[in-house]
Ligand binder design. Sequence first.
Ligand code: GAL
Length: 432
Amino acid sequence: MRLNRRTSATVAGAALVGLALTACGGGGDDGGGGTDETGGGDASEVEVFTWWAAGSEKAGLDALVGVFEEQHPDTEFVNGAVAGGAGSAAKDLLQTRLQAQDPPDTFQAHAGAELQDYIDAAQIEDVSDLYDEFGLTDAFPADLVDRLSTEDGAIYSIPSNIHRANVVWANPTVLEDNGVDPEATYDDLDAWMADLDKLQDAGVTPLSVATTWTQVHLLETVLLADLGAEAYSGLWDGSTDWEGSEVTAALEDFEQLMGYTNSDRDGLDWPEATQMVIDGQAAFNVMGDWAVAAFEEQDKKPGDDYTYFPVPGSDGTFDFLADSFTLPVGAPHPGGAKAWLETVGSAEGQEAFNKAKGSIPARTDVDMSTFGEYQQSAAEAFGSDTIVSSLAHGAAAPVATLNAISDATSKFTTGASDLAAYQSELAAAAQG
Ligand code: GAL
């Protein structure tokens, strides 16, 4: 499938958004704690549940909170962030809270299969009337809204951003110092692994990785690179055989790639693995484009201090994920949640948040010219590439499937299963 980003991000469009915001009271006052201009429920505070607890991710959240505090000064922001990249700890805790009827006022959820889990469990409300109220109906790519909706037109969250998962980040100095051309381009994983071999022989860590979810992230990009967009997507709709020889070959590549990685990986999360490249302790890291925010936060310059390219073999494909925010059933401060959702969906909120987060706005009318070089290239790629759904970040498969794939991957990468067993376990996991 393709998600087409409308590229009419014109000055006129931005001006219109400004008008719309004024008209719907986006910069306005809530009229005192406990009241709600959006039409229902306690707006005195909002507990926002995310996993953006530290570093550049927290900086992204802080930027969004800055806009929220301007737009809704009478609603207190309560930070419910739970540390752990990709929601590795947050999602379980959230489930416990939802099942105990103790929801936060709003929580982060990925567009696609993960959001569908919450919809199926009747844990979140239809917010389509907020799309009307906030003027969001045409603000997002139609295909993205489809991934937030049910067939009867109910929409269950408001997207904050679009991230790309299939990106390699590199330290050009480490490459140069170890006999690898920093400008090299690679048609496929084999070509890339020839240079990873050189780096390994030179005694540097060729590829940094962290704990299980980052290994699953690497796995999905390898599957994408080796199978191609169509067959990769077929892994999630049953049309690609998980037991087939193409998957076996991809798993062999995954195994080889894991052989180039740091041995302390299971004790690290993504910021430490990306930091190894920033600090020159590793040559490459495969990570979603939230990584660019870590480089930028440390004043690193693209080209000189770091380079980036699609995972070899996946050029022309955008491995997509989007964060979105929900209105949980039984939220204690629904007025606060609606105020938060208004800021999340606003052009001002999306611009501030995404500049700090490394992602591109989900809104199609934000002017990208003031964004960094990487983000401008991501917006362009999103407009022209084939879009596929990320596994590790909730777009492609339900949480239960992802959890089973993660368990199988951890067994494999810690030496508790061989490749044949791993492949069968993945096949079983994908069947649900
Ligand atoms: C993803 C999330 C991103 C980023 C990343 C690392 O699942 O969508 O916004 O936070 O995890 O934690």
